[in-house]
Design a protein around this ligand. Structure first.
Ligand SMILES: O=C(O)CC1=CCC(=O)O1
Length: 96
């Protein structure tokens, strides 16, 4: 199943710099491992915002929830999820 996900990151102003750097490094490693696995298909920065649009390809809602709630930045994020399906007007036979 494909899901479009928007993640907005809000780091608290009083979060120590070293802690923020460490969490962001873990976030990057976690994300890149999932990208290599094919489950995290796309990640795009939203221009001018500390936010991204991502596309996930996972088995079901439960797997998506497990992945998102495992994000090192999860507690500092606002996340919006939209399930995707093929549009009947799409000229593409698959989702490439
Ligand atoms: O910077 C972001 O948008 C948050 C994030 C998600 C995965 C990652 O590496 O950073």
């Amino acid at each position: 199943m494909l899901f479009h996900v928007r993640m907005d990151v809000r780091l608290p102003h009083d979060l120590p710099q070293e802690e923020a750097v460490e969490i962001i490094a873990r976030e990057k490693a976690y994300s890149q491992e999932l990208q290599r696995s094919g489950k995290w298909r796309h990640i795009w920065r939203i221009a001018g915002e500390y936010a991204n649009y991502s596309v996930f390809d996972v088995k079901d809602n439960t797997e998506l929830h497990e992945i998102l709630s495992g994000l090192p930045l999860f507690k500092f994020m606002h996340i919006e999820v939209a399930p995707l399906l093929r549009h009947p007007s799409s000229i593409r036979g698959d989702d490439t």
